[in-house]
Design a protein around this ligand. Structure first.
Ligand code: PYC
Length: 313
């Protein structure tokens, strides 16, 4: 019987599963090389951790790795039901709270290697976590898309550690009971974004007015595997900040509260990137909570022991 040890948490509603033992040996190369080795040689491991019967479509996995740089706390490769993520804001907060649970860190600054660069996370005394994300920027403004039915909608393409299409140009209410409709609309938008020449965009962020008067905006984020983000999405919030900064609608250091479709919040702000005129350095703060400490079992006799995935189709 093969075993894998994981610690589960949720960050403002969105689950993270950190693999602390029993993961594949990805050797000591750079994080992008380790992510590629994981994808090429160990994709069945991703399926075991994320897919049913042990996981769910909402889950983001985080494989804890030895860092290359001694200055970093750890390395991490994030993955989900569709493949691998460059960075994951909520997942980084989940990872930090997992390290607290393991007794490995105290409040203060911690550096983490990811496949898209080093991110810094600050564990605050109240156990909330601020993530200083990778440089973020808008690639295209006011892109027009023709969606089925002939309607033209507009939105921006931006990078926040993952690629997003951000769109306020919809007439859907951003509420949980509308989740099916929002998902269908976002999938339609994603197809249209790809046709419009942005095949790398794999997250769709629909934005609108918040419910809470403490927040500035509410979002619905469609993730690559078809699930929606239960949190306000750290990389999606970073992409939003990049657009606001370029439009001159949010100044460096000014707070921005992003609300999720579940009503949870991230507080965010940005600094200008001194090395790139058009890039910003976002900082996102939220809370994560441990939900389980589990050993996963894989019985070689189990016909779906490696998880139900599209390959079973
Ligand atoms: O928080 O960056 C994030 C994220 C990406 C996908 C799901 N959550």
């Amino acid at each position: 019987m093969k075993t894998i040890q994981v610690i589960d948490s949720h960050t403002e509603g969105e689950p993270t599963r950190v693999v602390i033992n029993g993961g594949p040996d990805l050797e000591q190369d750079s994080l992008p090389e380790r992510r590629d080795r994981f994808a090429c040689n160990h994709d069945h491991f991703r399926s075991v951790v994320i897919n049913e019967p042990r996981g769910s479509e909402a889950l983001v996995g985080a494989l804890l790795c030895e860092p290359q740089s001694k200055e970093c706390l750890c390395g991490v490769v994030f993955f989900n039901n569709a493949g691998f993520l460059g960075m994951c804001g909520h997942g980084t907060m989940g990872l930090i709270i997992t390290m607290v649970h393991l007794g490995r860190i105290q409040p203060g600054m911690h550096q983490i290697e990811t496949p898209v660069g080093i991110v810094e996370a600050e564990l605050h005394q109240d156990q909330s976590v601020s993530v200083s994300n990778v440089p973020s920027f808008r690639e295209a403004k006011n892109v027009s898309l023709k969606i089925p039915g002939g309607r033209i909608i507009h939105g921006d393409v931006a990078w926040g550690g993952n690629w997003f299409f951000l769109c306020e140009d919809h007439d859907l209410e951003l509420c949980l009971s509308n989740q099916r409709e929002l998902t269908d609309f976002a999938i339609m938008v994603r197809d249209a974004v790809h046709e419009a020449g942005f095949p790398k965009v794999d997250h769709i962020e629909l934005l609108g007015a918040p419910e809470s008067d403490q927040a500035d905006s509410r979002n619905f984020v469609l993730c690559p595997g078809g699930a929606y983000d239960r949190s306000p999405c750290g990389t999606g919030t970073s992409a939003k900040l990049a657009c606001l900064a370029e439009d001159g609608k949010l100044q460096a250091g000014q707070p921005w509260i992003q609300e999720s479709i579940t009503g949870t919040h991230f507080s965010a702000s940005y600094a200008r990137d001194p090395q790139h005129q058009n890039r910003i350095l976002p900082k996102i703060r939220g809370r994560a909570f441990i939900t389980a400490e589990t050993t996963l079992f894989i019985d070689e006799k189990d016909p779906i022991g490696w998880g139900i995935s599209r390959e079973n189709d």
